[in-house]
Write a protein that binds this ligand. Sequence first.
Ligand code: MG
Ligand code: ZN
Length: 183
Amino acid sequence: MSGESGKTHRPAAFLDRDGTIVRDVGYARSPDDLELLPGAAAGIEQLRERGFLIIVITNQSGIGRGMLTENDYQLQVARLDQLLGSSARPDAHYHCPHHPTEALGVYKISCSCRKPAPGLFLKAAAEWNIDMNASIAVGDSPRDIEAARAAGIFACARIGDAGLDNFTKAVDEALRRLSRLDR
Ligand SMILES: [Mg+2]
Ligand SMILES: [Zn+2]
């Protein structure tokens, strides 16, 4: 199933941010709050070498809650890119700033982009022409996996599941599941 279709539809690795790529500190506000987790940069670099687009998808309701601004978040994106370096830099970052009950003003909505909803996965798939059947997803929350599955990604692995106590192991498991899919 690779070959011709691979030229137009690329596989992607959909990665959660907090607790997956960087330490989960609750609500990161400053770029200085970002700390890479062990294995994240090396693992992302290997995924890129294997031809995966790297797409970060993150719930950032702290924006809607008024704890940080959109600009603060964009400074974090720049910092994360810098920490990961050119060989592991994500191709794109997508975030949901909303929360259905705890956010303020326009951010207080039941949106289609807050995981476990698949909205941001589907948006990325359209914008990057992604082959979801050839893609993987890794996160540390059940809602990361639920969102990925709802978007049609079935090679998923969750950090925290049995035997998957770090990023490297979860990526390896997702790749194993991808190799077993009947595509
Ligand atoms: Mg997380
Ligand atoms: Zn949203």
